[in-house]
Design a protein around this ligand. Structure first.
Ligand SMILES: CC(C)(COP(=O)(O)OP(=O)(O)OC[C@H]1O[C@@H](n2cnc3c(N)ncnc32)[C@H](O)[C@@H]1OP(=O)(O)O)[C@@H](O)C(=O)NCCC(=O)NCCS
Length: 171
């Protein structure tokens, strides 16, 4: 296994339709259905990066900025944005095309998940590091440390005083 990998090595694109059984009462994609689709795409990206079995440790951020109408084609793009010791952040971008926009995809939302690579005893295992390449990958890589600290503070795994990168934001 490589010691360092690029974000493009984990790139995962999942495309699927919005069917009637997957909508809410206003005929747009049900939020929980989108979360499940994103979790699948993100876990594939995390497995591609780590080359291990992964589990979802946390959902750090989801913004439902646009509703996605029934019948749309939904495209989820997932890539590992930063690797730590055994955990990694996956950044997702969601787009859709509908009846009015077959050629220009509309951005629906972004989301950020954290996965942990585990062995057969479900014990966390060390993963390859990530070297960002594009300017967007570098921006997401830099922000990931703050997001990890926020997630660990909220989960009660570190104290607020230990979240130095996060605290620096408020100075
Ligand atoms: C996620 C899990 C493997 C962490 O195991 P653990 O024994 O708590 O391990 P640790 O505290 O040593 O943490 C391991 C890594 O996870 C990270 N982590 C744990 N909880 C986290 C959280 N809430 N947010 C972000 N990262 C987290 C730690 O920072 C650590 O990362 P690092 O090694 O890169 O520094 C374990 O809690 C688990 O199996 N949870 C259930 C996962 C699952 O079933 N998911 C599907 C839900 S339906």
């Amino acid at each position: 296994m490589k010691i360092v990998k690029s974000p493009s090595e984990s790139k995962t694109i999942v495309t699927d339709l919005v069917l009637p059984s997957e909508t809410n009462s206003i005929n747009t994609l049900f939020g929980g259905e989108l979360l499940a689709r994103m979790d699948r795409a993100a876990s594939i990206a995390a497995q591609r990066h780590s080359e291990k079995v992964v589990v979802t440790a946390s959902v750090n951020h989801v913004a439902f900025n646009n509703t996605i109408p029934l019948g749309s084609i939904v495209t989820i793009k997932a890539k590992v944005s930063r690797a730590f010791k055994t955990s990694m952040e996956v950044y997702l971008d969601v787009w859709y095309n509908d009846n009015n926009n077959w050629n220009t995809p509309i951005k629906a939302n972004e989301a950020i998940f954290t996965f942990v690579a585990v062995d057969e005893k479900r014990k966390p295992v060390v993963i390859p590091q990530l070297k960002p390449e594009t300017s967007e990958e570098k921006k997401r890589f830099d922000g990931a440390l703050r997001r990890r600290q926020l997630s660990l503070v909220l989960a009660g795994k570190i104290k607020a005083e230990e979240a130095t990168e996060l605290k620096a934001l408020f100075k």
